[in-house]
Design a protein around this ligand. Sequence first.
Ligand code: SF4
Length: 116
Amino acid sequence: MEDKLTRRSFFQMAVASAVVVPFALKAATALAADACPKTAPAGKALGSPTEGMGKSLEYVMDASTSKNPKHKAGDACGSCKFFNQAKADGGYAPCTMMGMKYVTNCGWCKSYSKKA
Ligand code: SF4
């Protein structure tokens, strides 16, 4: 009897883990995507909020600091169609609108266009 309960408990835990773990991983991934990277990737040209296209497009490295009225809460480079995720490096990726300079996944500029 005790052996049956143990097997049942094990099976219940396995099923619960199979359901919960993917959600937990997805939530952790979403949080990681929203978090601003702490260090810039070495050897990459970075977009600047104060120079060139970055200045023209009112780029900010942290979307929550944007003063542009066009910015909506939750919009950030990581969900922009110009953010080249395939070449991402440590939370940064090259932006098409910024001459392929690297921008942060949590940044924002007035050319933001949500990925389809
Ligand atoms: S175009 Fe998109 S990815 Fe590039 S800086 Fe602006 S919001 Fe970020």
